[in-house]
Design a protein around this ligand. Sequence first.
Ligand code: KG4
Length: 369
Amino acid sequence: MLTLGIETSCDDTAAAVLKDCDSLLSSVISSQDQIHTRFGGVVPELASRTHLESIVPIVREALDRACVTLKDIDLISVTQGPGLIGSLLVGFSYAKALSYVTRIPLVGVDHMAGHLLAVFLEEDKPAFPYIALIVSGGTSSIYLARSHTSFSLLGRTRDDAAGEAFDKVAKLLGLPYPGGPRVSAEASSGNSAAIKFPRAWLGRSLSIHGSHVSSISGVRDPGPSMACASTTAVSLSAEEDSLDFSFSGLKTSVLNHCNQSRQAGIPLHIPDICASFQEAIVEVLVEKTVLAARKHNIQTIVLGGGVSANPRLRESMSKRCQQEEKALFVPRPSFCTDNGAMIALAGFYYARDAKTTSYDQDVYSRSQL
Ligand code: KG4
């Protein structure tokens, strides 16, 4: 069975041809980074216009590289949501039209299902159930995956996604878009303990170095509770701590640090700021994922989404998984960021469960998983 996967949820136009569930024949991605970099972030109108220009040549290239034609394709799988509505509409409308004229069955898949399953594009595949941390520019969520089509959301960001925080911090430091890889590159020569940025644990309490510390909360609306622990070992208690994330306070804290340094005439040390900021994000992502695995007694952890290309996150999660005797599965970086292969794979499993998409369906901006 050959599946054509089409992905246009944000700023990458991507298409891939997948044979059955494990043989990737082609994967083509057209990045719009050059277009958006001068604005410091994705401009939705420009993104959808650029998808319009790219979609036909990218799909053609994916078919050519796989040495197949549309006549060989058995299923068209396309991202239906979540994402930027204008961007999603280009891929979804194109896929609907292609399906209508060719009579190839169509399935619209949730972008998050693609990230949750991307690890199955690798040789080394996890067994179900597993805990998945999906971190990208649009989301930071923890799921319990029970099968290729059954996922339960355990926690998610209450404000900024981790990738969004990386991108916004990069922008305020004058680093170009997309910020994640730039911040990560700067961080590699910085000291992660140089600045004590806050960690939002969002729980009622946490233990640091074995002692119990109450986290700070407001009176009327507690909001995100914070605790500074940049160099200390933190272990979250299974009963008391939330699996939700919050990164907007951390971003504001970086901004305050920069403003205070400038006012005091102290030059900014970009590598130290990046390393300290990155460590604050990574520590929370790792500890909450491990907590989810402990709470649900799951032995396997999977990473997905653009931020899971971050070397420090991969290293830190790997270390913690070894300590906790959990198995860790991480796709290669090109399968972490948006791609058509994961959408083809998700579509394969949706279709296997007899899920189809009718032509009167529409795109959606919030994940339905
Ligand atoms: O999954 P993805 O390609 O697209 C979305 O669905 O958003 O993720 C893109 C996000 C961007 O915010 C980008 O800055 C971030 O992933 N990212 C990284 C790294 N590579 C990409 N963040 C931190 N470190 C990286 N190495």
